[in-house]
Ligand binder design. Structure first.
Ligand code: ATP
Length: 345
């Protein structure tokens, strides 16, 4: 029987509520399925910073390193000291952010089903900013051929894995950043030649932002750089009903971290009103990733679990069981309880 150790970062703001809902779901799955899950709670973020003077204490880092996969609830002000460090350490080069319309959730179009494949290790996220005297700052933006090629290949493979439109749009701003984004664009075109079954096109980021509002249903896979991917994925989440339904995966060759797209949402913390769907869908993505790494017979069970999670969410939404952000009035704990009862029945 396959056993997985999952490190679960509790986070800040609405993080602990979401981590709690995620943990209950994982424990249930471990009880009723043939897949055994050991959950290790990990302290990281603002609370850890206050308690241990470090947002990602060494013992937390060690627990994550020892686990098979990490599930992370949102972290507050110290997010960069947690997730950026982890992305770099594990070389989680691909940030995968799906956006999909679900029943009874306000979406700009009823059949949106796209995924943003965002380069996750370079660009302005290295934090290379240098003051020049008191009145100016120089900021550096890194783009390498290696990272650009890896993320382009991931995007085309992702398009093949998906069973719908099979298209990749490479999003950049090469008319302004002619050298860096020019290189990103050229590499995506080179990689496209190896995938004749996938439609390929390019878009400047500003036009893409507009088209995401105008006709989001036309997109399949969006391949883009780190900062543009961050911004476009919040937009895409809002297009299909808000951040409460937005999951993400940070994927490397050997390790992955799954987390809601959104931040700690302090405005709704400690009110029991956060939407745990972003965490449930992150768990769905986690099972899909574990399935992709599993070569034995349990692969199908892992895929089934992923499908079951999404089907359960759809059935709740069809019955108008919704948290406040989705236009309903169900609280986090109640939503989680109903979700579990539907999952098992
Ligand atoms: P960050 O910069 O870290 O991404 P932020 O301050 O921009 O964070 P988020 O925490 O990402 O904001 O969320 C923006 C708003 O979306 C929140 O203030 C909250 O109202 C809403 N929101 C986000 N996540 C959820 C959720 N899971 N359930 C309900 N509402 C949410």
């Amino acid at each position: 029987m396959t056993r997985y150790t999952i490190s679960l970062v509790n986070g800040d703001g609405i993080g602990p509520d979401l981590a709690n809902s995620g943990q209950i779901l994982l424990e249930k799955i471990s009880d009723f399925s043939g897949i055994k899950l050991e959950i290790v709670n990990v302290e990281a973020g603002d609370n850890a910073l206050i308690k241990y003077d470090k947002a990602l204490p060494d013992f937390s880092f060690d627990s994550i390193k020892k686990s098979d996969v990490c599930l992370k609830a949102p972290v507050g002000e110290s997010a960069a000291d947690v997730i950026l460090v982890l992305r770099r350490y594990f070389d989680l080069y691909a940030n995968i952010r799906p956006a999909k319309s679900y029943p009874n959730v306000k979406s700009l179009h009823p059949s949106v089903d796209l995924v943003i494949v965002r380069e996750n290790t370079e660009d302005v996220y290295l934090g290379w900013e240098f003051p020049i005297g008191d009145d100016a700052v120089i900021g550096l933006r890194l783009t390498t051929t290696e990272a650009s090629r890896k993320i382009a290949e991931y995007a085309f493979e992702e398009a093949l894995r998906r069973d719908d439109k099979k298209s990749v749009v490479c999003v950049h701003k090469s008319n302004v950043m002619r050298v860096g984004d020019g290189m990103f664009s050229k590499i995506s075109k080179d990689v496209a030649k190896k995938y004749p079954d996938v439609d390929f096109s390019e878009s400047y980021v500003d036009a893409c932002a507009m088209n995401l509002i105008r006709s989001p249903q036309k997109f399949d896979v969006l391949l883009t750089t780190n900062l543009f991917g961050d911004i476009l994925s919040d937009e895409a989440a809002q297009v299909v009903g808000g951040l409460g339904l937005a999951p993400a995966g940070n994927i490397g060759e050997k390790f992955a971290i799954f987390e809601p797209v959104h931040g700690a949402a302090f405005d709704i913390a400690n009110k029991n009103i956060a939407n745990p769907s972003s965490m449930f869908l992150s768990i769905k993505m986690m099972f899909e990733w574990l399935a992709s790494k599993n070569k034995n017979t349990e692969r199908d069970s892992l895929i089934d679990l992923a499908k079951k999670i999404e089907k359960t969410l759809i059935s709740l939404l069809e019955e108008n069981v919704k948290t406040i952000d989705m236009g309903g009035n169900v609280h986090t704990d109640e939503f989680t309880k109903i979700f579990l009862s539907k999952l098992i029945s």
